[in-house]
Ligand binder design. Structure first.
Ligand code: FPP
Length: 259
């Protein structure tokens, strides 16, 4: 089980690899990049890349849940993505409606619970409804959490958390000396994930190697794996390759290697 064909991104060498089932990252976060380039390479409009990207979300969510990942966080729309042409923004806002409209029964079948983090009140009404309905339909699922970052920004998230803490302090309900990392973490949009709020593994597709304002607080000790594939080409095998790369790392959390 969990053996897959790995292709070295630099040498192209193919080898059969075995994943260590006892070391599957609990929280995997993905910056799904490259939809536009995938479409351009095929002389298709950019939105065709987003549509294919949505299908990839279905494939990868199912695969992640079968691998035993506990939280899969996907960066679907950033607070900066509003700057794109309005036709593209409108299409991206419709994707959750299509996605949840067709995929919720599969999510329930796979015991996957939907969570959304971001400034959802600023989304179009139909998108908000699709999100609300999906959360309600999967609320009793006890398996993987599928966490969509929708209208999300890492700095904005920290600002909101700090404002909330400042309000508590101003009201006399919080001694500033009691503001700890745990307290700030609990105020973030991942606070409800408890011990699972920090990604163990962060993947970015399409060869870009930057964070783009994603989970700035939570990735303090995450392992980063950058893949060359564009998101629409990502699949179970590429996910397993990223996990394999993660399993070759030695996480030290600032301490010394445990050998
Ligand atoms: C980045 O690629 C991708 C996005 C901004 C959108 C990501 C959205 C999806 C993959 C679909 C989400 C699905 C659901 C269910 C919400 P890009 O457009 O920046 O690509 P480029 O860098 O090649 O132009």
């Amino acid at each position: 089980m969990f053996s897959f064909l790995s292709k070295d991104q630099k040498t192209g060498e193919v080898a059969e690899r075995q994943l260590d089932e006892t070391n599957i990252p609990a929280h995997v976060a993905i910056i799904m990049d490259g939809n536009g380039r995938w479409a351009q390479q095929r002389h298709l409009p950019r939105i065709a890349g987003h549509k294919q990207g949505m299908n990839t979300v279905k494939t990868v969510a199912t695969a992640a849940s079968h691998l035993g990942i506990k939280v899969l966080t996907l960066y679907a729309f950033s607070t900066e993505n509003w700057k794109r042409p309005s036709a593209e923004v409108n299409y991206l806002m419709k994707l959750p409606v299509d996605f949840f409209g067709t995929f919720v029964p599969d999510l329930v079948k796979n015991n996957i619970r939907v969570k959304v983090m971001g400034y959802t009140a600023d989304l179009p009404a139909a998108t908000q409804k699709a999100v609300r309905d999906a959360i309600a339909a999967t609320k009793d699922c006890t398996g993987m959490v599928l966490n969509f970052a929708l209208n999300y920004g890492g700095r904005a998230e920290i600002v909101t958390a700090v404002q909330r803490l400042a309000q508590q302090a101003q009201a006399g309900d919080l001694d500033p000396a009691e503001i700890t990392e745990q307290r700030i973490g609990a105020e973030l949009m991942t606070g409800d994930l408890g011990d699972l709020q920090d990604p163990d593994l962060l993947i970015r597709t399409s060869g870009e190697e930057r964070l783009s304002n994603f989970m700035l607080w939570q990735v303090a000790y995450s392992e980063f794996v950058f893949m060359t594939q564009h998101w629409p080409d990502f699949d179970q095998t590429t996910l397993e390759q990223a996990i394999y790369a993660y399993q070759q790392r030695h996480r030290r959390f600032g301490g010394l290697k445990n050998e």
